[in-house]
Design a protein around this ligand. Structure first.
Ligand SMILES: Cc1cc2nc3c(=O)[nH]c(=O)nc-3n(C[C@H](O)[C@H](O)[C@H](O)COP(=O)(O)OP(=O)(O)OC[C@H]3O[C@@H](n4cnc5c(N)ncnc54)[C@H](O)[C@@H]3O)c2cc1C
Length: 413
């Protein structure tokens, strides 16, 4: 392990991580696993131990919410100094120090920003009414659970993955659910038009009302409680609970105020480095390379984990791992969706399986190369698609679509 003159070696320097979400907590564990012997301080402003966020939208109704990433003993055993309920208020990059809300300053050799994202606010009147919630934290999910327990009518503003996952759980629990989507189709930013259509039908068949091309004008209430969501065409959708799920914005204020390069996210390279050589950033707060010189925000567990590994390599000087194909999952009713690659604007698609049976894979391609796969209840097809994307293998789309042909035989020799 080499180090620059006068600087502590990467394997024993002081690492200070801001954010106890998936990215920050994973990095702390991986650093120890990689043999880092220096101090690791992990600061987070939530009070709960680091936990998994995906179950918040999938399990809020059935008491399986508190899924800790690691038990409390892990942090003691690994000598990770975890400070819960501590908000970091500023960074002084020249002095290599951060300030805590309690007024302390803490020095670092490597600072890692893992501050994640916060739900995007809906800029209309009435979002402060009781019964209007967003979903990012365990505390938020507990509020949603209460709404299901009380069997309230629910309006969900935003037909993205989180909105649809909540819709599925709430419908399965017998709640009347309406999803309002501003675009012409649900999942417009994150899925192909084919998948949007399949998912819309799947939800409608199970009793969810989906209203597209609809703009929310206000949320109205009585006695301080939400009573309905008003659309700009005058319609009022009555409800006793409303979930605002219109995306997330990166928590980049600390980075921005410290003069780091930010552009709708803290800009990092493929080694998780920011524009300051002593500051790294990982997870949902970043805008990261995704190939072909393109930068994007990837809000997913696989991306946060990959960037935590990149940060370990940068801090310890270990060889960087190969870039991974971006992927994501979502559970809605009986469909276990797995998506890999980047969905093209106008895809050519080979469909394997039958959407009507709930088991299918959409292989998007540009002639002979697979660029993305969207699958439901089809783990083998998903894995094959991910491999095709990673290897750039030449494939025959007609054979991909033919279930009698083994997937490996779709590759053109
Ligand atoms: C409901 C829901 C469902 C999801 N489902 C899936 C899924 O099915 N599959 C998937 O791949 N991904 C899913 N995701 C996305 C995934 O959870 C995120 O990509 C991941 O949690 C990002 O981790 P992170 O550590 O970057 O950010 P976060 O998890 O947001 O953690 C950041 C932490 O930093 C803290 N923090 C911020 N600023 C400060 C500060 N100044 N001082 C101290 N602490 C601070 C925050 O409070 C937070 O605890 C889901 C997300 C949500 C909300």
């Amino acid at each position: 392990m080499t180090s620059r003159a006068g600087e502590p070696s990467g394997s024993d320097g002081r690492v200070l991580i801001i954010g106890t979400g998936h990215a920050g907590a994973t990095l702390a564990g991986l650093l120890r696993q990689a043999g880092h012997t220096g101090p690791i301080e992990l600061y987070g402003d939530e009070l709960d131990l680091p936990y998994q966020r995906p179950p918040l939208s999938k399990k809020f109704a059935d008491g399986e919410l508190e899924r800790w990433l690691r038990p409390a003993e892990f942090y003691r055993e690994q000598d990770i100094d975890i400070r819960l309920g501590e908000h970091i208020t500023g960074i002084d990059p020249a002095a290599r120090q951060v300030r805590t809300a309690a007024g302390e300053t803490r020095g670092y050799d490597h600072l890692v920003l893992a501050t994640g994202a916060r739900p995007r606010a809906l800029d209309v009147h009435g979002t402060d009414l009781n019964g209007v919630v967003s979903l990012r934290t365990l505390a938020d999910a507990r509020v949603l659970r209460k709404c299901v327990d009380e069997r309230r009518d629910l309006v969900i503003v935003g037909g993205g993955y989180i909105g649809l996952e909540v819709a599925a759980v709430a419908r399965a629990a017998g709640i009347r659910v309406t999803v309002i989507e501003r675009e012409e189709r649900v999942l417009a930013r994150v899925a192909s038009a084919q998948l949007s259509e399949i998912m819309t039908a799947h939800h409608r068949d199970r009793g969810t009302r989906i209203v597209t091309s609809a703009k929310v004008q206000a949320i109205e209430g009585s006695d301080g409680r939400v009573s309905g969501v008003v659309l700009d065409d005058g319609r009022v959708l009555g409800c006793q609970a409303a979930l605002v799920a219109v995306g997330a914005v990166p928590r980049q204020e600390l980075a921005h105020d410290a003069g780091l390069h930010c552009e709708q996210g803290v800009v990092v390279d493929a080694n998780a480095r920011t524009s300051d050589p002593h500051v790294l950033a990982i997870g949902d707060v970043t805008r990261r390379p995704i190939g072909n010189g393109v930068l994007s925000r990837l809000e997913s567990i696989p991306s946060a984990t990959e960037q935590a590994r990149q940060a370990v390599s940068t801090i310890t000087g270990a060889a960087p791992a190969a870039a991974e194909v971006p992927w994501f999952w979502s559970d809605q009713f009986d469909l276990k969706l797995k998506i890999a690659g980047l969905i093209p604007a106008t895809p050519r698609t080979a469909i394997r399986g039958d959407p009507a049976t709930g088991r299918f894979a959409l292989f998007h391609h540009d002639g002979e190369t697979v660029t993305a796969v969207e699958s439901a209840n089809s783990p083998a097809e998903f894995m094959a698609g991910k491999k095709f994307i990673a290897s750039g293998a030449r494939v025959d789309p007609a054979r991909l679509a033919d279930e009698t042909v083994p997937l490996r035989d779709a590759v053109i020799a």
